[in-house]
Design a protein around this ligand. Sequence first.
Ligand code: ATP
Ligand code: MG
Ligand code: MG
Ligand code: MG
Length: 476
Amino acid sequence: MESAEIRRRWLRFFEERGHSVVPSASLVADDPTLLLVNAGMVPFKPYFLGEVKPQFSRATSVQKCVRTLDIEEVGKTTRHGSFFQMCGNFSFGDYFKEGAIKFAWELLTTPVADGGYGLEKEKLWITVYKDDDEAEQIWRDVIGVPAERIQRLGMKDNFWSMGVPGPCGPCSEINYDRGPAYGEEGGPAVNGERYLEIWNLVFMQYERGHGDGKDGFEILGDLPSKNIDTGLGLERLAAILQGVDNLFEIDTSRMILDRAAELTGHSYGADHRSDVSLRVVTDHIRTALMLIGDGVTPGNEGRGYVLRRILRRAIRNMRLLGATGVVAKDLTDVAIKAMAPQYPELESDRKRIETVVVGEEAAFLQTLKAGTSLLDAAVTETKQAGGAVLSGDQAFKLHDTYGFPIDLTLEMAEEQGLQVDESGFRRLMQEQRDRAKADAKAKKMGHADVAAYREVADKSGASKFTGYTLTEGEAT
Ligand code: ATP
Ligand code: MG
Ligand code: MG
Ligand code: MG
């Protein structure tokens, strides 16, 4: 089943059951506490917090999401993309636990010919929060899932909360057993790759207080109106329904992967390391496209830095795979082709998107060209001295002179089997910031014109500062 069809069936199923269909919000969150939308419920937050009364009691959406926390997992696990689409159904004081569980089970297990996703019931495993007897009872007695396929998990996996004071409540997740090829049996509690988590049902039922009672926090009582928030990963379900191993091989990704392999002369599946790189490229190009599509431009802070890092990581992985020329526009064009059927604005916005991608690649290649020989020299020097750690000084110089962000230095050093003295690097960064502050203060107080001095110093070569600065700590 194609991704587009999974999406259509989702929306139709919930629309037929009284849910208002709400289009995806932009990835750029309308929320000061959040860099990028990372879950389907984000646009509905004011309703869940009771700040705004919704004009519907049931809603459904397929929301674009970016999770920067998952960037490091990409390509290594089969199930984490930095961009993905979360299909959701929401109830605002309408149906609760039993209603949400019944809908989920019906949609997943109804045969394909009858409008569902046709998953085999025997392959579905359920987790509930350790104290949620009610949810377990519904799964067992109302739905008929055998007790041995229902597991209890703790706070970390199966309890949700938002703010203090704020709503909170237990979750229940539906997982799909992909079989022994993915490792040991034992259920989702022990093996997250084999038992693929596809759908999380959140039961918002309590009000959380400031105290630290049982499990480290205080529950004040029941919420005046109980709500449902669910999220199913469209790409994960697509991987199952399309019979492929991971998110990067599904219909909306595979084209990008194949093009990356073609451009670098690799055949996917031949070598583990190259495969990971190909998957990283596939994922990151798609994510960069969706971010640019929503108006993000590369920069050194916040969202702009997320985009910069993702796009540069894609380009660097292409180079690790052997690419020597420019690649970003070519790959982005394929990504537009893959995603435009669901997001037609990408097609009409093509020119702008390409300009951003091409400009960022050119800037990055310039940086790489300048810094790589210095990095290589530092690596050789460290290894020859029998060391395993690149000094903070070296990392700082790469940053200050060649604009190498610390992430890039860390990654490139790691590829050579070296670590980096990160705390030394951060100390030098702090010293530089302190100096800049002192300079600014001196200037304000009418002392020597530091900027003019610096210009002279630059020309005479006393300082090689190029002006590429990063706001450390703001980058995720
Ligand atoms: P995992 O434990 O696998 O990291 P999660 O518990 O962090 O997933 P939730 O926050 O419960 O995920 O999000 C709801 C659903 O969204 C998940 O059940 C999954 O199907 C999907 N999902 C979450 N993170 C990703 C991701 N990085 N890539 C693709 N799909 C994802
Ligand atoms: Mg996760
Ligand atoms: Mg999980
Ligand atoms: Mg989850």
